[in-house]
Design a protein around this ligand. Structure first.
Ligand code: NAI
Length: 454
């Protein structure tokens, strides 16, 4: 169902009226399209004090394709070398603040000094990416100052407006974070804000072609006949993958149509079947590179009214089958080295939601699975395991939500609107990227920085 309020606030009278009435003013988000694949403006790099990253950062930022912005008077040394021409005069579309060298509270003054002069001029749908260091367990001053960056990031995300996003990346090596920085500094991350992403020190594996990073790879998406799963299949196919569109036998026609459109393969299978993992492995004798656990159901009732079968159906589809198929595919060696597992959680699993004790439990379980399996999978086969946690996404499921609740769901986030299935899909595509091997064990919310949960 179309978001009429968002369309209305996009008109001049709508803007005037909603401003006068003090109502939310969501901005139309700049999303990726072939005709408009990059942010509209230059990138400004700032450093709070000293950087712990070295020259790699400048080179990685240059490879985002965004021209370097002219440095203002308060800026320290700007991008150099092969970063492209300075784009004088244009409002920056992105600001990267390197705060990796912040080791104590006085150094946080550098965060204010670096961003205070520029934050107002950031273009609509612009990006602020704060770079932080891992928290040092034996240095409580460094840990306090670095943790402070999270509160800063989330607060700025809530006030910045105009479709702009603010995220924090903790890293030790800029090259390992290239795919992450490219994602966060592009229109692909339109609905990701207020997030903290940890990037490890894994050697990056740069693809031959950043436009089609999944070329020659096979991706399986469960629940891909419609909704978010269909968008995931489309996006992974755009990135070059051969996509296997899995859905229940009752949805086989739709799954076949999606597969035919994307040049992929349909697989009619109920993932709650005890042998689902073995059947997937049998259908893919040459193995699999990307496994996306997207299929999910809701059976909402308050606990006092919930029959046991509604409880167990949700736990079975959303969690038990994810565990079973993952275990079976890993045991069969079906996931190739460097493989990617991405599971779909939900903000309901992080924040809780009335009427969704079953669903919240299942989606929180997904986050537990990801965090525990990630280090082992990476150590064994170079496989990463991550989750996305969507917020309010415009799908058939949310179109059926009663009007008042739907409006509340849409507006109660920093971007003042619901996300689109493609927003979740783009986030999954970043996690599935061959250069994202250092992103592991993360639960990334795609929720426009929903007010629910942290
Ligand atoms: P949807 O209901 O439109 O699509 C789910 C798909 O999964 C359907 O095609 C369905 O046939 C398939 N499926 C269900 N049970 C299956 C089974 N046993 N085996 C194989 N396939 C099965 O749902 P939507 O909105 O696209 O959601 C996708 C995922 O995102 C789900 O895991 C959902 O919990 C999660 N999510 C969705 C949000 C939203 O706002 N739409 C918010 C947070 C999470």
């Amino acid at each position: 169902m179309a978001d009429r309020y968002l369309s209305f606030t996009g008109t001049a009278p709508g803007r005037f009226l909603t401003r006068r009435l003090g109502l939310p003013q969501p901005a139309a988000l700049h999303r990726w399209s072939p005709g408009r694949p990059a942010l509209d403006g230059p990138l400004l790099r700032r450093t709070a004090g000293t950087s712990a990253l070295g020259p790699g950062l400048a080179a990685v930022l240059a490879r985002t394709g965004l021209p370097a912005a002219e440095q203002g008077p308060a800026a320290d040394q700007g991008p150099t070398g092969d970063e492209g021409p300075a784009a004088g005069g244009r409002a920056p579309a992105a600001v990267v603040l390197d705060a990796t060298g912040v080791r104590d509270v006085p150094a946080l003054a550098g965060v204010h000094a670096a961003l205070h002069p520029v934050v107002r001029s950031l273009a609509p749908s612009g990006r602020v990416v704060v770079l932080g260091a891992p928290l040092a367990p034996d240095d409580h001053h460094q840990a306090a100052a670095q943790q402070a960056l999270e509160g800063f990031t989330r607060s700025l995300g809530k006030e910045i407006g105009r479709g702009r996003t603010v995220n924090l990346v903790r890293l030790t090596d800029a090259w390992a974070a290239e795919s992450t920085l490219r994602f966060l500094l592009s229109p692909r991350s339109a609905y990701v804000s207020g997030q903290v992403v940890h990037v490890g020190a894994q050697e990056p594996a740069a693809p031959d072609d950043w436009e089609r990073p999944l070329a020659g790879r096979t991706a399986l998406v469960t629940g891909a006949a419609r909704g978010i799963g269909e968008a995931v299949a489309e996006t992974l196919a755009r990135d070059g993958a051969h996509v296997v569109v899995l859905d229940v036998p009752a949805a086989e026609r739709d799954a076949c149509a999606v597969a035919a459109r994307l040049g992929g393969t349909a697989l009619a299978l109920d993932i709650t079947a005890a042998d689902a993992g073995d059947r997937i492995a049998a259908a893919l004798p040459e193995g699999l590179d990307v496994l996306v656990h997207n299929a999910g159901i809701t059976r909402d009732r308050r606990l006092a009214n919930m029959p046991a079968e509604r409880w167990s159906q949700v736990l079975d589809v959303n969690l038990a089958s994810v565990l079973r198929t993952t275990d079976a595919l890993l045991a069969a060696g079906a996931l190739r080295p460097g493989g990617r597992i991405v599971a779909t959680a939900s903000i309901a699993g992080l924040a809780g939601n009335a009427g969704q004790t079953n669903y919240g439990a299942s989606k929180a379980g997904v986050a537990g699975l990801v965090r525990a399996l990630a280090p082992r999978a990476l150590a064994g086969h170079g496989v990463t395991v991550n989750a996305v946690a969507p917020g309010f996404i415009e799908t058939r499921m949310t179109a059926a939500v009663p009007l008042f609740l739907r409006e509340a769901g849409r507006r109660m986030n920093s971007l003042g609107q619901g996300g689109l299935p493609v927003d979740v899909a783009e986030t999954i595509a970043w996690l599935a990227h061959p250069a994202s091997g250092a992103v592991n064990g993360q639960v990334v919310r795609v929720c426009g920085q929903s007010l629910l949960g942290a």
